[in-house]
Design a protein around this ligand. Structure first.
Ligand SMILES: [Zn+2]
Length: 185
């Protein structure tokens, strides 16, 4: 089922998300809904808070990066209870967008390499190193679990320039070609 994506200004995007247990109700259904919602909106990642739930689950499809990095050819992963415990490598620029902030794209600096512990959709534990495009998308989605958004990483000047657009968005003035909603409480 395609779920509505919560837009900037929604309280759920600014709340810290909690770990889940393997008996989380309808987990398989929820993960399937995340994938369906993400693909419907042409995203490369989607985190549970973006569909209104403060739980530590996100999905990433990094196959768009496969042309430059063949290791990403099958990169479709579900991350449950993830913890990034190391960020290394150079701070690297990349233009990011977010389904919760429609039509805003800004260059964000992030470390190129991460180490992350997480469970997959079968609750099997992993401890992996990712770099490049995969590390970029994972860090963006992980931020959502920590109540952060990519605009939080921008310089004060860039944020000032976005102020009008963001203020409008909070008032419900935004355009998106996918199902979305704004829930302030
Ligand atoms: Zn996002």
């Amino acid at each position: 089922m395609i779920l509505p994506i919560y837009i900037y200004g929604s309280a759920v995007l600014r709340k810290h998300s909690e770990n889940i247990t393997a008996d989380y109700p309808d987990l398989d259904r929820f993960i399937a809904d995340l994938w369906e919602t993400m693909y419907d909106a042409d995203g490369v990642g989607l985190a549970a808070p973006q569909v209104g739930r403060n739980v530590r689950i996100f999905v990433v499809d990094a196959t768009a990066g496969a042309e430059e990095d063949p290791r990403l050819a099958d990169f479709r992963k579900t991350f449950i209870n993830a913890e990034i415990y190391e960020r290394t490598g150079e701070m690297t620029p990349f233009t990011e967008g977010c389904l919760s902030l429609p039509k805003i794209n800004e260059q964000v600096m992030r470390p190129s390499t991460i180490r992350i512990r997480y469970c997959d959709e079968h609750f099997v534990e992993h401890d992996d190193l990712f770099d490049g495009f995969a590390a970029r998308v994972i860090q963006h989605e992980y931020d959502h679990l920590e109540a952060q958004l990519f605009i939080d990483h921008l310089s004060p000047l860039r944020r000032t320039l976005l102020k009008g657009k963001l203020a409008a968005m909070v008032k419900g003035k935004y355009q998106a070609d996918y199902r979305c909603k704004l829930v302030k409480k």
